[in-house]
Design a protein around this ligand. Sequence first.
Ligand SMILES: [Zn+2]
Length: 451
Amino acid sequence: MKQVTRRTLLVLLPVAILALGVLFFLAEYVLHGAAWAAFSANDTTHAQGRLTAGQILDRSGQVLYDAESGSYAEDWITRIATLHAVGDGSGNIGTAARSQYAQRMVGFSPITGAHGKGNKLYLTIDAEVCETAYSLLAGHKGVVGIYNYETGDILCMVSAPSFDPAWPPEIRDGDSAYEGVYLNRLLSATFTPGSVFKTVTTAAALEKLDGVAERTFTCEGSYRIGDDVITCPHVHGQQTLRDAFANSCNCVYAALAMELGGRTLRSYADKAGLLSSMDVSGVATASGSFTVGESYELGWSGVGQYNDLVNPCAMVVLMGAIARDGTPVLPRVLYRETGSLGLPHIVPSADTGSAVFRRDTCRTLREMLRNNVEAGYGQSHFGDLAICAKSGTAEVEPGKAPHAWFNGFLDDPEHPLAFVVLVENGGSGATVAGNIASQVLQKAVERMDGN
Ligand SMILES: [Zn+2]
């Protein structure tokens, strides 16, 4: 009897080992099959190391890149304007769809394996809106971002400089014309915010300084802290907080920063989502920074200078959160995916983030941002857009023009769009960036209305 048991064991042991091996293989196949299929040495899905399956399209179905033929959109302006969303042949833009979603493009399924054609990947961007934005940057370096603050869809994600991926130029190290060309400035860069940061200082003041909205401040054109002087372009005189925000008065905002203290300001930059990274359909955005300074450094940090750095995408989402009474919808770039038979695959919908400021603070900010347009920039520059905004003219390097910012949202349930425009060394925020924002937003509204 003992011998029988031993023999049975001798037979069963190899069977058990084989079964375990098969199980292990199946688990590996299901877990990592997509990665193997997208691996560049795989001949079924690649030719000369290039992925040959799948397509990348914009939200309306315009083909931006066809992997089988290796061809991009027909018009050069479409190719240049969508480069940072779609990607280039060398994979230098690591955050772009061609690099990020290679596995999705292959369309690997554990049942059928990798089929030849691959999947269609629709991005949330609207190519026509991106083209308008790129043209308006008119050769300047910068970024234009627009997102729907109710759905999270990024409609416009344009970075400049850019290039035509169908005819990539030879880019030498240190060529200033192509400085940061592989960087998606909306997702991956940080910049000195200048006065667009005053939105955060205002929120902190509204929540932490009792009765601040009823107070009167006086600007004499300069404000001395220690050995340094913070200046305004002219004497603003007596102002409420609302006036000081519309006038973008540095003296009042430096005084508010001193009163609030560095730690409080930093905690509001954090609450505003400016100090952490977000996940945008698998891409982690760059996080900003805020250094708690002393004396005049603290004053400058309250007006968005000193060491303050922000990521443009975070500024768009902050504005979307204010429009929604505090709770942001997180942005996404992946819109839709269909398989070889045209059947839809599951694409993650947008999540909401944690509230930035109190609901009453957001409502006051919304009214103040609207007042900036009516009392300051002038509604006539924005057609009939219900625009709420803050401009910024950020000093960056001595002897160079400042960065021009325009950041805000439309208070319009039919067109819930938040935006950021940044023109590097562009000059005045309200004029240069404001003008671009106006035209791109009008284009975006037109496209949403189906025109
Ligand atoms: Zn002033």
